[in-house]
Design a protein around this ligand. Sequence first.
Ligand code: GDP
Length: 298
Amino acid sequence: AERLKAGLAKTRDALGKNLAGLFGGGQIDEALYEELETVLITADMGMDATTHLLKAVRDRVSLRGLKDATQLKSALKESLVELIAPLEAPLELGGARPFILMVAGVNGAGKTTSIGKLAKYFQSQGKSVLLAAGDTFRAAAREQLVVWGERNGVQVIAQESGDAAAVAFDAVNAAKARGVDVIIVDTAGRLPTQLHLMEEIKKVKRVVQKADADGPHEVLLVLDANNGQNALNQVKAFDDALGLTGLVLTKLDGTAKGGVIAAIAKQRPVPVRFVGVGEGIDDLRPFRAQDYVEALFE
Ligand code: GDP
């Protein structure tokens, strides 16, 4: 929780400073609601979530007969927790073996870093991990993964040639043959506007399904929180293409845009499995709505 607090410092600075003025004192009136609206939009919550939150706050204020602006803070915190709580659904491996996890994202979102963190996370739970180096576009990235895997006790399946779907297919079969617990299928970074690449990643998913009728068990999108409202567009596009089961929201330590989570909750509520709060291998946290909101406000 401390690390999350440190991570969300920038969002908190931007949001908190603006809110501090609002909650400072005086009466709850229309002018105050208007200021609150501006603050929430500035924090990248988007119009839908902002409207929703304002109504939820107003309801709490009238239900409790609140008059003083200082009382608005807890009403807002509660409303925000309520809005994003449905996104809290920790990743569970269940009985699947191997548990097949496929990872997508745009370049630079933090995909490679997050995969390393995830591998460590599963290993710390006593699980064996195999990684499918599905980024077949960048030879250097592939080699880096192999070296990284050797150093960290993660098996890596990589191929000199062949397409991403073929790598995924071979890796799932290898994971089965070797009795591996978790397989992480990496994919090359891509933008939703690159339609041929979106077709390619759909094919990766189809081929995984061919190798294992139950898989993939998890389709994760890695999302840079700095992208603000654009992050929401990425969620929609990848969800439409792949049927996402979860998100990893990265770089919360470096952004003033942590509010985008409210927009996601309102407009495309894909569970946030993890949040990234730093570049280190341990800087990954399961998402908890209450902790997140506390970190935004404290
Ligand atoms: P990819 O292109 O999606 O594979 O992105 P990378 O994993 O290579 O990450 C891009 C950059 O973002 C690297 O410099 C990472 O160290 C950094 N990064 C990834 N996740 C986080 C995070 O949660 N916090 C911070 N501060 N940096 C991150």
